[in-house]
Design a binder for this molecule. Structure first.
Ligand code: HPA
Ligand SMILES: [Zn+2]
Length: 330
C-alpha cells in the first residue's frame, strides 16, 4: 500500500493517456496526426515547456462532450487512488476548450460528474481549480472567470498556467482581484521556467496561497527566507522538471536542499500521461534518485495535506494526517 497523500498539482488534461485519446478520437470523428498510440508516445520528446504545450493542446481536441470529460477524470481518479492519493486538487484549462467551441459548462459539468462520485468510487476527495492560460490576454481571463460564474459552486480556486516566460503574474492582477472578491482561493504556476521574481510577484500582486513549481526560488535567498517564514507551500513536480528540462537529471533536483532549507515542499505529477508517471511514481523516483529516507517521504505526505484546501473540513484533514503518521513503509 503506497503512502497516503494529497495531489495538489495535476492538470486533468495532462492525464489523457494515448489509449483514451485514440478511443475518444474515434468516438468524436477527430483525426489525430499519429498512426497509433506508439507513434503518439514517440512524439513525447520535449525540449522545453512550449514543445510540451504544443502537443498537450493538440491532443486535447479529442475532448468534446460531458461524457469525455467525465471519463477522463474518472480514469485519473482510479489511477490516483491506486497510488495512495486520498485527496486531489485538480486543475483544468477552460480556455483550451472554449477556444475550439466546447462550452465551459460542458467541461465543468463533465468533470463534476466524475468528482461527485470520486469519494464513493475511489475513496478520493476532490477540489477543482480553474486555470487561466497566461499566454492569452488578461481580458480573456476575465471573460473566462465571468463564464465560470454559474459553476462556482464546483470551483474552489483559480490558478495560472501555460507558457510562463514573458507572461509575468502582474498581467493577471485584475482577474485575481475579481477571483478573490468571489471567495476563490488563489494559486499560480511561477518559477518553473520563469525567474524567481515571478514567484515574488505571484505572492505580492496575485496574493497566491501556494506556488505551483516555484523551483527557481532557490536562486533568491531572500525569497527562500520569506517562503520558509510564511510557510508558503510549493507544489513540485520532479518528473515533469526532468522531461521539460527545468533540471538536467533527477539526481540534481533541488528537492532535498529545499526541504533542508525548511521550505514546505510537496511532490506531484503535473501531467502524468506525458511525463512518465503518476504521483507515487514521482515519490518512488525521488526516493531512488535523491536517496530520500522514510521520514522525508512522510514529511512530503504530511505537507500535502497541510497545504490542501481542506479548511472547510478540518476533521478530514486531521484524519488524513493521522493516516500519514500511522503509515508503515513496506
Ligand atoms: O507544467 C506545466 N506548466 C505550465 N503550464 C502547464 N499546463 C499544463 N502543464 C503545465
Ligand atoms: Zn503544472
Amino acid at each position: 500500500m503506497p503512502l497516503p497523500k494529497a495531489e495538489l498539482h495535476l492538470h486533468i488534461e495532462g492525464t489523457l493517456e494515448p489509449e483514451l485519446a485514440f478511443a475518444l478520437a474515434v468516438r468524436n470523428g477527430v483525426t489525430l496526426p499519429y498512426a497509433d498510440t506508439d507513434a503518439l508516445r514517440e512524439a513525447y520528446r520535449f525540449q522545453d515547456l512550449q514543445s510540451f504545450l504544443d502537443l498537450y493542446y493538440g491532443l486535447m481536441t479529442v475532448l468534446r462532450t460531458e461524457a469525455d470529460f467525465e471519463e477522463l477524470a474518472d480514469a485519473y481518479l482510479a489511477r490516483a487512488a491506486a497510488q495512495g492519493v486520498r485527496h486531489a486538487e485538480i486543475f483544468f484549462d477552460p480556455q483550451a476548450h472554449t477556444a475550439r467551441g466546447v462550452d465551459i459548462g460542458t467541461v465543468v459539468e463533465g468533470l463534476g460528474r466524475a468528482l461527485d462520485r470520486a469519494r464513493e468510487r475511489h475513496g478520493v476527495t476532490t477540489r477543482l481549480i480553474l486555470c487561466f492560460l497566461r499566454d492569452q490576454s488578461a481580458e480573456s481571463a476575465l471573460e473566462t472567470l465571468e463564464a465560470a460564474e454559474p459553476y462556482l459552486h464546483r470551483i474552489t480556486g483559480v490558478g495560472l498556467d501555460s507558457a510562463e516566460v514573458g507572461h509575468p503574474p502582474r498581467k493577471f492582477a485584475a482577474v485575481y482581484e475579481a477571483a478573490a472578491a468571489l471567495g476563490l482561493r488563489r494559486v499560480a504556476h511561477a518559477g518553473e521556467e520563469g525567474p524567481a521574481d515571478y514567484v515574488r510577484e505571484a505572492l505580492d500582486v496575485l496574493g497566491v496561497e501556494r506556488v505551483d513549481h516555484g523551483l527557481r526560488c532557490v536562486e533568491d535567498a531572500d525569497l527562500v527566507a520569506r517562503l520558509v517564514r510564511d510557510r508558503v507551500p510549493l507544489t513540485l513536480c520532479p518528473l515533469s522538471n526532468v522531461r521539460l528540462r527545468a533540471v538536467d537529471v533527477l539526481e540534481e533536483h533541488p528537492l532535498p536542499r529545499m526541504m533542508d532549507a525548511g521550505l514546505l515542499c510537496t511532490v506531484n505529477s503535473d501531467d502524468p500521461a506525458y511525463f512518465g508517471g503518476y504521483v507515487e511514481d514521482n515519490f518512488a523516483a525521488v526516493r531512488q534518485a535523491l536517496g530520500l529516507g522514510e521520514e522525508r517521504l512522510r514529511e512530503l505526505a504530511r505537507n500535502s495535506f497541510e497545504a490542501a484546501f481542506l479548511d472547510d473540513d478540518e476533521a478530514l484533514r486531521a484524519a488524513y494526517l493521522a493516516e500519514v503518521e500511522a503509515y508503515t513503509f513496506p
